[in-house]
Structure formats: structure tokens, C-alpha cells
Write a protein that binds this ligand. Structure first.
Ligand code: UDX
Length: 438
């Protein structure tokens, strides 16, 4: 199969590289000349474990190339994926589809012969219909089927998620398109990954419903965490206890500082807006969004409370800044709000993140960065674990305590337990579990 991927951001690059790895011929297109030049020089602009190697191998094998121009590769393509950004529109929170429609028009102009055009970007219900209308009215001579095929990749685990998916959702009722999509995903079908075919609108909604449900699940356990703290229960044990019920499942029940990233905040908001437009509000998700927003600031207050209610003039050391580990992504990271709350309280904020510091510098205010946890902990009044990077899981507590001014640890990801930490003389504050002041 010849595949063209329009948009070489996170989704486009991972999907394009993995399709090439299946043996298809893939051209990844992006309007950014700088990005394409870098990719051609072997530089991968995002941090994703395993991606560099796949790109390199498939480039050497002649199956993967890059271009700023979708013509002529679209003319030869069997399938063209649209994987451009759909940011939240400023002002109203709706997904901004201008890049999607611009890409669709450019593709249609270049298409020759029957071609399947697939939306991989997360697009609101009805976007496929609108693209089809544009094709029908503006390009009546072109033979194009429009398909929805949402991605469910998690940053940091995207290659595994692509190659071992729980399911592949394909929204189309066009018989020719179904055959082409079967061929595109045949290597996964052989792995017994289920291909789930449904109508296009249903497929578009599946993506939003899946992300909204997961965001709601996290928010649920976060509220149970707050309750656990008040009534003296342990949220991790509650999560385990309810997760053993197969109807609930044990995934996405890890309490923390609130969800962030490029998908959950944007997609929950877009679903809320779409549902309001259809006069069918999704109140659970409206509430989820509001609770999660408040939670990030509340985490700032939690740190301040751990410092006896006052951080003015105190040094706070933050371990981790990205919205989760194994990514350099700072989009909607809880750290942004936590840092602001601490700065507002008069603290001096120092931080270390294994991969996210360059991205953090662009979005955070007056933060001082260090090269490892110990450098930033020197003379600190509290250490706060904000992101659960592997390298924070085996800290040298004796060394840490000897460096700090006050031995206070706030563990917003529950990577330690009280017994791990208090024996070294730390005051320990977790999420939804017992804390201990000395
Ligand atoms: C998510 C979806 O998982 C993926 O299917 C979709 O395509 C894109 O959005 P991603 O944003 O990369 O992926 O990360 P994910 O691992 O889902 O985590 C999202 C956020 O939820 C992070 O901030 C994470 O820290 C938080 N989270 C996740 C929790 O707080 N608790 C959990 O139990 C799980």
C-alpha cells in the first residue's frame, strides 16, 4: 500500500513510522520546512521511546520519506491520512478544524483515481460528513471515500499502543474503503487485534467517549482520594479493591494531581461543547472538567499546607514537570498551575525534569532549573514529586535529607509509602493516603 500522512506531529509521525514498519510505503508531509529538514537529517523532533530507531530503519529500507509538498505522493496513494492538529479554538473551546479542512481541499486537488481519505486527528462528530460535502461540491470529479480512524496512542507508550492495540476503530460503510483499510491494518489483524467497523459518526464519537470516560475515571478516583484522606482510608487500596471487579477494571485508577496532556483536557472540553450544541449536555464530563481544573490549584495549596501553611521566602524543589513520564510534553501539565500557586505564595521554585525542561522553560515563569533531584533539593524546605519518572523511584533519602533545610516530601503520585520515607526522618504527604508530620 502507498500511504500519505498529512501532518508530522505526534500522531502523524508515530503512525507513519509504524505503517512503514508494517511494510507499507509511507510519505509523511508537513508544512513546516524546518521539521521536514530535521527529519530528513535523522533528527526526531519529539521524545517518544523507540521512535528514532523505527524511523531510521524504515528510511534506510526506502519505505519512509518526508516532504513539505503533498503533491505528487497523494496522486499515487491508496490512502491519505489527515493527522494535523485540532487545537481548542480560542474563546469557545470547540476543536479548531481549519487545518483539517485546508488539508482535505489540498488532498482532493491532488488525488488521482480511487483514494481513501482518513481522519486520524481527533475530530468532532460530523467532520467526516463535512469533508465529504467539500469533496462532492468542490471536487465532483474525484473518486474519494472518507473514513474515520481515531488513534488511541498514549504518549510514552505510543509504539506499543500502535502495534498491540486493544482495537482499531474504522468508521465507514463504503465497501471499497473497508477493503483498503483491512489491507492497511492486515499485519495487526494477523496479530489478532480486532478491527471494529462502524458508521463514520459513531467512530468519531467513540474517540471522544473513550477519552472522556478515562478522564472521568481518573477524576473519580481523585475525589475518592480526597475523601480517603479525610476519613483515614487508603485510596490505592480502594482502587485495587474496586479494580478487581472486572466491570470496573484496574486501569486509570491512579490518584494524582489531575490529568493533563494533549488529549484529555482538549477532548473533554470539545465533547462538552459539541453536546451543548446538540442540546444534549454531558453533565458528568462538564463536572469532570471543572473538578480537574480546580484540582491542579488545590495541589499547590496542598504543598503550601505541608509547609505549615506558608511558603513565602521558602525554597520548593519540584521533581518532574511534564504531564506524565516518558514524554517531554508540557501541554496542560498540572505542574504549570502548581508552580503558579507556589510563586503566588511567595516561594522560590526550583525544578528538575529528565526530558521536559526545554519545553517547561517556554511555559513556566520564574523557575530555577537543576541537573538532578539532589542539586535542586539543596537547602530546600520541601521536595515535591510532581511526575512519576522512573529515576525518582529510588531516591537516596539519606543524601536528600542531608541536603535539605527541612525534610518535607510531598508525593503527588504516591510512588512511595509512608514507611519508606519516615524512617529517614522525613515528613511525608501523599495523595489519598496517610501523611505524617514529625
Ligand atoms: C491519552 C489516552 O490514553 C490515549 O488513548 C489518547 O489517544 C490520548 O490521550 P496520553 O494523554 O498520552 O493518552 O496519556 P495517558 O497515559 O492516558 O495519561 C493522561 C493523563 O492522565 C496524564 O496526566 C496522567 O498522569 C493522568 N493519569 C492517567 C492519572 O492521573 N491517573 C491514571 O490512573 C492514569
Amino acid at each position: 500500500m502507498r500511504i500519505v500522512m498529512i501532518g508530522s506531529g505526534y500522531v502523524g509521525l508515530v503512525s507513519g513510522a509504524c505503517f512503514a514498519d508494517f511494510g507499507h510505503h509511507v510519505t509523511c508531509v508537513d508544512k513546516s520546512e524546518a521539521k521536514i529538514v530535521a527529519l530528513e537529517a535523522g533528527e526526531v523532533p519529539i521524545f517518544e521511546p523507540g521512535l528514532d530507531a523505527i524511523i531510521q530503519q524504515n528510511r534506510s529500507a526506502g519505505r519512509l520519506d518526508f516532504s513539505t509538498n503533498l503533491d505528487p505522493s497523494v496522486g499515487d496513494a491508496d490512502v491519505v491520512f489527515i493527522a494535523v492538529g485540532t487545537p481548542s479554538r480560542r474563546g469557545d473551546g470547540h476543536a479548531d478544524l481549519s487545518y483539517v479542512y485546508a488539508a482535505a481541499r489540498e488532498i482532493a486537488a491532488a488525488v488521482q483515481g480511487f483514494t481513501v481519505v482518513v481522519t486520524k486527528s481527533t475530530v468532532p462528530v460530523g467532520t467526516g460528513d463535512e469533508i465529504e460535502r467539500i469533496f462532492r461540491e468542490e471536487f465532483p470529479d474525484k473518486d474519494i471515500a472518507v473514513v474515520s480512524n481515531p488513534e488511541f496512542l498514549r504518549e510514552g507508550a505510543a509504539i506499543t499502543d500502535f502495534k498491540r492495540p486493544d482495537r482499531i476503530v474504522i468508521g465507514t460503510e463504503d465497501g471499497r474503503a473497508i477493503e483498503v483499510m483491512r489491507e492497511v491494518y492486515r499485519p495487526l489483524y494477523l496479530n489478532e487485534a480486532p478491527l471494529y467497523f462502524c458508521e463514520r459518526r459513531t467512530s468519531e464519537l467513540i474517540k471522544y467517549a473513550a477519552n472522556a470516560f478515562l478522564a472521568m475515571k481518573i477524576t473519580f478516583i481523585n475525589e475518592i482520594a480526597d475523601l480517603s484522606e479525610k476519613i483515614g482510608a487508603d485510596v490505592q487500596k480502594v482502587a485495587k479493591g474496586i479494580g478487581m471487579d472486572k466491570r470496573i477494571g484496574d486501569k486509570f485508577l491512579h490518584a494524582g494531581p489531575g490529568y493533563g496532556g494533549s488529549c484529555f483536557p482538549k477532548d473533554t472540553l470539545a465533547l462538552v461543547k459539541t453536546a451543548q450544541d446538540f442540546d444534549s449536555p454531558v453533565r458528568l464530563i462538564e463536572t469532570t472538567v471543572a473538578i480537574n481544573d480546580n484540582r491542579k490549584r488545590a495541589m499547590g495549596r496542598k504543598v503550601i499546607a505541608a509547609c505549615d501553611g506558608d511558603v513565602r521566602g521558602k525554597k520548593i524543589a519540584l521533581l518532574g514537570l511534564t504531564f506524565k513520564p516518558n514524554t517531554d510534553d508540557m501541554r496542560d501539565a498540572p505542574s504549570i498551575t502548581i508552580v503558579q500557586a507556589l510563586l503566588d505564595g511567595g516561594a522560590s521554585v526550583h525544578a528538575y525534569d529528565p526530558e521536559g525542561m526545554d519545553a517547561a522553560k517556554a511555559v513556566l515563569g520564574a523557575v530555577t532549573y537543576g541537573k538532578d533531584p539532589y542539586e535542586i533539593a539543596a537547602n530546600a524546605d520541601a521536595v515535591v514529586i510532581v511526575t512519576e519518572w522512573e529515576e525518582f523511584r529510588a531516591l537516596d533519602f539519606t543524601r536528600l535529607k542531608s541536603l535539605m533545610k527541612a525534610p518535607v516530601m510531598v508525593d503527588l503520585r504516591n510512588i512511595y509509602s509512608l514507611s519508606d520515607v519516615v524512617k529517614y526522618g522525613f515528613e511525608y504527604f501523599a495523595v489519598g493516603r496517610k501523611s505524617q508530620k514529625q
